[in-house]
Every structure is written in structure tokens, then in C-alpha cells.
Ligand binder design. Sequence first.
Ligand code: ATP
Ligand code: MG
Length: 390
Amino acid sequence: MKKVILVKNGEIVLKGLNRSTFEDILIKNIRRRLAPVGTFKFHKSQSTITVIPDDDDIDFDLAVACMKRVFGIVGFSVAVVCEKDIESIKAATLEFLGDDLRAVRTFKVNGKRSDKRFSMTSPEICREVGAHILSNIQPLTVDVHNPELTVTVEVRDQVLIHGNQFKGAGGLPVGSSGKACLLLSGGIDSPVAGWMMAKRGISLDAVHFASPPYTSKRAEQKVKDLAQIVARYSGRIHLMVVPFTKLQETIKDNCPEDMFTLIMRRMMMKIAQRLAQERDCKALITGESLGQVASQTIGALACTNAVAEMPVFRPLIGMDKDEIITISRKIDTFETSLLPYEDCCTVFTPKHPKTRPVLSMLEEAEAAIDFEPLIDEAVRGTQHCNIDAE
Ligand code: ATP
Ligand code: MG
């Protein structure tokens, strides 16, 4: 049986003249994501992209698993292609969907004749195929309003038959909204934040701050593992690991203790921004959530934000921890995030951090130290690598 994948794209249809560009990005992303499965040709029509395998023997279960993670797809189905005559349609329906039909109690047939030269009308196709199913598979009843399985028969330049659609990942195709730089720690929040922005069409670079020997190689590997999981959805992530020890030690040795965290966060933003600009990223992304910790109060965020010269996206800002955890389980980063390795944020944490910081006081404390050469050195010492999904 020759099979194809039919893709219903999401908000793309709303994009008017840009639609074709969006579709091309989506096709490129699907092609990349399906590379482990095989090679494919793509055919665009009104609201559907047809994905046609070059080889008939590919693993469709694997293809379905890959497709479920591609942003920009509302739903998709695997369809069988058959001859344009009703006897072939009936036989192909039973062969392709027999097992699915035996697993349910109710069904309906949805006939769609767009090739008007075909001799039967849509209602006639429904009746004929429905009767054939009923006489071959028992017990089954037709339920036109709320069927467990809908058998769709589309008569176009060829005939396509498929069952229920798989739910797609939604959102916009990665790359269609440009590129941004994710501040990726080893925690629960930042991988979720990256996933959320990738869902809105952002392609991701990531920056991680490491402070050896306070933070270990295992902690860095954990961050690479997290990036690899996020890359299943976002595609390749360019990861930058910044040597942050010297800056942190300088802050510790020279700044008032209750300001450690915020000064450190401002330095992180400055460095991330430098790296982001070098790589043509248009925004930064963090996993901050309002009020979660002392450095995420409205006043603390204002102080961190004051050094930003590009938009900072904080997609988790209004979410509770349990809502974030639900997503992190869904995208499979949770278990890895829980591994108990140290993060640079947790070394030198003050006992009593400021929750109502005053920007001018932070700026004054910072002015006493020449941070610029340290920032330059950190940027120059940054290690770059590309992370792809396995
Ligand atoms: P997460 O669970 O993502 O670690 P968190 O709740 O622990 O977040 P913080 O440690 O205050 O919160 O960090 C807030 C945000 O700052 C993180 O979500 C991340 O975007 C960024 N961040 C923190 N530490 C690092 C790091 N070592 N490298 C890169 N970004 C970091
Ligand atoms: Mg953290």
C-alpha cells in the first residue's frame, strides 16, 4: 500500500501573502525532522501539505512520532493512496483501517469528492463505503454526530483514505519568528521557556553560565542533555557555555552580599546580550516567573531588565510552578532537570537577598569595579557547540 502523510497547517493559513514563506519553512522543518525516517517529496495545496515518501517501506510509526513534535501543524493523518474506482476504495478502506475499525464501536464515513469527473457523489461514496464496512466488521454502528472513528475518503486527482487525525504540536514553524537566545540553566524552568518560544516560531540559540570548579562537568553535561531534548522540538540549538567563575568571584569579593544575586544576574544579561548580538538574535529568553524567588520580584526584575537593550521574553512570567512542571513532564525535560547538580546561581547565594532592590544602589556598587574587561574575557572564552536532537 502506498501511504502519504496529510498535514493541516495551523495559524499559517491566516498569514495572507506570507503564507507561502511560512509553508516553505514548515516543509523544511518537516524534511529535517523526518530525516531519520527517510526522504520525502512535498506537495502544497489549499490547506494541506502532502508528504510523500520516496520509499514505500518507511517506518510510519516513527514518522508519526517525529511529526507530533513539529510546530506549525494543527493535525495530520496517515492516508493510503488507491485507484479511482469504488471497488478499490472499499478494499483499501478495509485493508488500511480494518484494525482501527475493529477497535471501536461507532464510525462514520466522510466522503469528499473534489474531482467532479468521478462518477459517484460524496453522499453515494459515504453510503457505499459505509455499507461495505458494516457488512464486513461487526459489531459496529454508524454515528454521524459523535463517531469514535471517522473514515475520510477524498477523491482528488488520486484517492486518499484516512482515519482520525493525530493532534499536531500547534504553534508556528520554528524559524518563522526569527531567532532568540535562551538563558539555559540546569533547572526546570528555562528549558520550558525555550520550548514555549520555539512553539511561537522562534529558533533558539542558548547560553549557559558555568563556574568551574564550583560547578562540575556533569552539571554542564546536564545542560547539554536538556538542550538536546528541547532540540527535538526546536531543531538545532547553538549552545554557548560562558566561563563565569572570575566574574562571580569578583562580585563576591567586592560587592555587598545582599546584592550578589542581582549584580550577577545583570552581568549574565549583559554577556548573553553580547553573544546574542554577535549571532544576530533579536531577543533574550529567560525562565523567570513573577515572585518565584527573591531575584524575580517585580523590583528585582526591573533591575535585571535595566541592562537589557533588546526585548527579554519571559514566557513563564504568569505561571505557577506546578503548571511549569506539567509542561516539563510533557516535553520530557523534567527528569533531567531534577538531577541534583550545582548551578552557578546556587554558589555564593546571600542569606538575605534584597527583594526590594534600588537600581541606583546596584549601579553604584557596580561602578566601583571595572567589569568591562571581565565581560570581554568571558565573551572571548565562551565555548560554542551545536546541539541536535538524537
Ligand atoms: P531554572 O529552573 O530555569 O533554573 P530558577 O527558577 O532556578 O530557573 P533562577 O536560578 O533565578 O531561577 O534563574 C532565572 C533564570 O535565569 C533561569 O530560568 C534562566 O533563564 C537564567 N539562568 C539562571 N542560571 C543560569 C545559568 N547558569 N546559565 C544560564 N542561564 C541561567
Ligand atoms: Mg536555576
